[in-house]
Design a protein around this ligand. Structure first.
Ligand code: SAH
Length: 485
């Protein structure tokens, strides 16, 4: 995060605008809307500002900016057409520790002004960190169109009834659930339809008739988050991510995806690294039970698909035994995601009529797999967790009859900006991996379909200069600890 988004109360407080042109006038309008007492320092005023001065809405100091102007305001906007003057204001303000914005000059800004959607008291502020006001405006118009003008009224209504709801529901989680039902149900619709009186009556009735003891009990959502690219989430995954009270997530959930869970959800990192299961599986199972029993909606967030090398089956077996409600949301498994983004079709009429997913996790240095069944010329084999066993995998397949020149690929951090695809053969892949500082997670794909990659590769990761080190959630400093965001 480059900037901290905050909303500042400037009602009845002195604010300063340096500059008297149209740009300054635009800022003055905004500051006045937020209740600020505006002083404009400028030798001359444009028509709009002159009118405001005449109407007594603003104070005008008819001269150039001087250092003493910094003494009173709680906020300064520099909007003169002279960059040197703007720079002097910026430096002075920073020295005096007064927040300063220099219009259209991010470098000189102590704070930047967002693009705003105003449904007061509801406000949405959008920023691109100063990099593209046009992009911010585009985003704003999208959000404008899906944010009813009456949202503000809805917020006011909620505010009016907050204490009564608090009295009715002692339990915070029940309170949240009640408000969610209200804000997604009839009451909200009535407000949007302009029927505020009916909305208030409906809300009063809902509070009176609510039965806290009959509120839905805690439940668990076992959700697959796909291989990394947040765009590959399902609608249902996203909806549940935004409802959950507690999120228990694995290492292979990408950080970008984690950003999408409800802001005030409690986050619990459940780890799961090779040879270093941060929380033992049994502990995770019990954690799910514990939180659900408290009445929370628990999101168990996993990389890929929960039922493919995800131990999802074990987790829901425990929930079933304990009589806790749950649902399972499939995710795009690494094989599907990586194959698509690498340009390797897993099946192809001319190359492979079947495809198998195999774990390449070595137990005691040996791989206990049915190599005979795997080593088929018309079959694609996808190895999960195979990085450390790549040499063994390639050797065993050749030993069991696959040609040494069978095409083989390794996909690193598929679907993310760090995706890299290495293609070779069973003979050359181990050496390729060895010499290329490959980073997990990786997937190995073996079979003649890999030969198509050359032609079909389409995804070009937006590479930044340096590799992004923290695409996934692994964070040893936070292992096993729960935290609030
Ligand atoms: N349930 C997950 C798999 C968990 S096992 C799924 O359905 O995808 C973990 C293994 O998945 C990793 O060792 C790696 O082999 C593979 N994997 C997961 N995400 C990946 C990614 N973005 N790129 C490459 N491999 C990935």
């Amino acid at each position: 995060m480059d900037f901290l988004p905050i909303f500042i109360d400037i009602r009845h407080k002195p604010v300063l605008v340096a500059g008297g042109g149209k740009v300054a006038a635009r800022k003055v309008r905004l500051l006045r809307k937020a209740g600020g007492e505006v002083t404009v320092v400028a030798p001359e005023l444009c028509e709009e500002l002159a009118e405001q001065r005449a109407a007594g809405h603003i104070r005008h100091v008819a001269r150039k900016f001087e250092a003493a102007d910094l003494d009173t305001p709680v906020l300064i906007i520099a909007a003169t057409d002279d960059r040197e003057v703007n720079r002097a204001i910026s430096e002075g303000a920073r020295a005096a520790r007064v927040p300063v914005n220099v219009v259209d000059d991010p470098e000189l800004c102590g704070f930047i002004m967002p693009s705003i959607i105003d449904r007061s008291p509801v406000q949405i502020a959008i920023s691109t960190g100063g990099s593209s006001p046009v992009l911010a405006r585009l985003l704003r118009s999208k959000l404008e169109s899906c944010t009813p003008a009456t949202y503000g009224k809805l917020a006011t209504l909620v505010n009016d009834y907050r204490d009564r709801v608090k009295e009715r529901f002692a339990d915070e989680s029940q309170r949240k659930q009640f408000w969610e039902q209200i804000l997604e149900g009839e009451v909200a619709e009535l407000v949007f339809a302009g029927k505020e009186k009916a909305a208030r009556e409906a809300l009063s009735a809902a509070i009176a008739s609510a039965d806290p003891s009959g509120m839905p009990k805690g439940e668990v959502y076992l959700v697959g988050s796909g291989p990394g690219d947040p765009d590959l989430l399902t609608f249902r995954a996203l909806r549940l991510m935004q409802q959950a009270d507690v999120v228990i997530y694995d290492r292979l959930v990408s950080k970008q995806i984690l950003e999408l869970v409800r802001r005030d959800a409690e986050l619990v990192y459940a780890g799961k690294e090779r040879d270093n299961h941060t929380l033992p599986q049994e502990h995770i199972n019990q954690l799910l039970v514990k939180y659900a029993r408290k009445g929370y909606r628990v999101l168990r967030l996993k990389g890929g698909d929960p039922f493919i090398f995800g131990r999802g089956g074990e987790e829901i077996a425990t929930l079933m035994e304990e009589g806790i409600g749950f649902q399972v949301v499939p995710g795009i498994t690494a094989a599907a995601g990586c194959a698509s983004y690498a340009g390797i079709p897993l099946t192809h009429r001319d190359h492979a009529q079947s495809c198998v997913f195999v774990t390449g996790n070595l137990k005691d240095g040996s791989l206990d797999l049915n190599w005979q069944a795997l080593a088929h010329p018309n079959q694609t084999i996808v190895f999960y967790m195979g990085l450390h066993g790549v040499q063994t995998i390639c050797t065993k397949l050749v030993e069991h009859g696959l040609a040494a020149d069978t095409p083989a690929a390794l996909v690193q951090q598929g679907t993310t900006p760090n995706q890299r695809v290495f293609t070779g053969t069973l003979a050359s892949l181990p050496e390729l991996v060895e010499s290329n500082d490959v980073r997990p997670p990786t997937l190995i794909i073996v079979g003649s379909v890999v030969s198509l990659q050359d032609k079909l590769a389409w995804f070009e990761p937006v590479t930044t200069e340096t590799e992004q080190k923290d695409i996934f959630s692994s964070n040893p400093g936070r292992d096993g600890k729960s935290e609030k965001r």
